[in-house]
Design a protein. Sequence first.
Length: 220
Amino acid sequence: MKKKGAISATTTAEPLPCPLCGIGDTAGTDAGWQFYACSRCGLVFRHPHDYPDAATEKAHYDLHENDPSDPGYLAFLRRCTEPLVAFLQLGEEGLDFGCGPGPAVDRLLPDQKVHRYDPFYFPDRKPLARRYDFLVCTETAEHFHDPAASWHRLFGLLRPGGRLAVMTRLLEDPAAVAGWWYSRDPTHVVFYREATFRWLAERFCARLDRPHRDVALFHR
C-alpha cells in the first residue's frame, strides 16, 4: 500500500514541467496534496494552482514576528551569516535578498555595507540594478514562484568571485513532503534537496559548501 501523500512514479497526477530545471521528469501525488518531484534537479514543488496570490502572501507574512532585536532570531540567522563572515573583507557590499519587514542581517555583518530588497516590504528595485560581493537569502527561496528566474537573478547579482549564502529547510525524504510541517505553510511552494543544491552549483558554475544542514554557501 502506498503511504498517503507519498511521491511515486506510479501516480494518476499528470506530470508537470519542473519550474527550476525545466526539463526534468516529474512525478506527482494524489490524496489531495499535490506536490511534484523532479528526477533531474531534485526540486519538490506544489502544483501551481496552489500558489497563493500576492495579497494572501502579504497577509501571511504580516503575521511573522521576526524581531531584529530578538536574540533568538539573531541566533537563528547566524547559522547563515557566520559561515559567510570568514570569507568577507572589511567594507564589502552585500544584499539581504527577501529581508522581510524586520531586516537583521546588517546587525550580524556590521563590518560590511548591507543593502536590502524585499518585494513586499522594501520593494525599491534599485538594489537589483547592481552587483555585490555577497548575497544573503534567508528563509526566502522556498517562496519562489518562478525558481528558475529567481536563482538566475541571485547569481546574476554577484560580482566575479562573489558568494551567495542561502538558508532554507532541506527536504530529506520527498515521500514525506505532504506531512512535513514546513510544507504546511501555504506560502512555501518549492522545496530543496541535497541534489538540488548540487544541481544549482553545477548550473551556475559555483563551488558549493554546506556549513549547516539548512545552509548552502555558493562561491562563483
